[in-house]
Design a protein around this ligand. Structure first.
Ligand code: ATP
Length: 237
């Protein structure tokens, strides 16, 4: 059984159908990417899995249990965390205050403290500057903080929306290397990226989303070698 199973998902904003019958699966312990151009529907899919949007039709199962009728806080409690596009940090709050927001449903202070230390070990710059305001950080550091905040709920499934957006190639590599470490330590990752090369290089499996539909799928390596993917998303041809 797949850990996350999305079947025939349709999501609309009023009359605009942003997602039109998308199906995909994510196995436990995998990195699975959704790639595709601007406006393809990727963000909408993540927001629907998180419970921020309701599907028109279709289903979302986590470990065999339906998620798509649950409120967002219940979906978070089931172990699904979402690091949104654009990071959405609180610029005037410190690193530590932003991280603690990710643990707002938790009451176990010793567990929260040990998770803060784990995130500072993963991203040392956050530990060194834990008392600084988030707004003072570079784009890459803010992305680390957004991922760290999502990790504070101890997710089983971590969803990352465009973590490479606005980052230098070196910083992109560093962030994606951390995503690989998280997968290797047991977190399942659903990654949305416009940077298809970076995402496919890292993914166990990936799906191409185009105009609200899944058009191609395969392992990261298969899609990297696929001439259609190369022409449309990797700047070849
Ligand atoms: P991006 O990477 O730019 O976010 P995406 O693949 O994530 O692209 P979505 O943001 O999910 O795509 O958008 C899918 C479609 O839904 C687009 O046509 C977009 O214009 C439309 N859309 C997104 N948000 C809204 C909204 N709040 N109201 C109306 N239409 C929207």
């Amino acid at each position: 059984m797949s850990f996350l199973e999305v079947s025939d998902l349709t999501v609309a904003y009023g009359a605009i159908q942003a997602v039109r019958g998308v199906s995909f699966v994510v196995g436990r312990g995998e990195i699975v990417s959704l790639i595709g151009s601007n406006g393809a529907g990727k963000t909408t899919i993540l927001r629907t899995i998180s419970g921020l949007l309701r599907p028109v039709s279709g289903g979302i199962l986590l470990d065999g249990e339906p998620l798509h009728r649950l409120p967002a806080h219940e979906i978070l409690a089931r172990g699904v965390a979402h690091s949104p596009e654009g990071r959405r940090l609180f610029a005037r709050m410190t690193v530590e205050e932003n991280l603690r927001l990710g643990a707002y449903t938790r009451r176990d202070e010793p567990g929260i403290k040990s998770d803060l230390e784990r995130i500072y070990a993963l991203f040392p710059v956050l530990g060194e500057r834990r008392g600084d305001k988030a707004g003072l950080f570079s784009g890459g550091e803010q992305q680390m903080l957004a991922i760290g905040r999502a990790l504070m709920s101890r997710p089983q499934l971590l969803m990352l929306d465009e973590p490479s957006m606005g980052l230098s190639p070196i910083m992109t590599r560093k962030i994606l290397e951390t995503v690989r470490e998280l997968r290797d330590s047991g977190t399942t990752v659903l990654l949305v990226e416009q940077n298809a090369l970076a995402a496919l290089s890292l993914s166990d499996f990936a799906y191409v989303i185009d105009l609200g539909r899944t058009t191609l799928s395969g392992t990261g390596a298969q899609l990297l070698a696929d001439p259609r993917v190369r022409a449309a998303y990797l700047g070849d041809g």
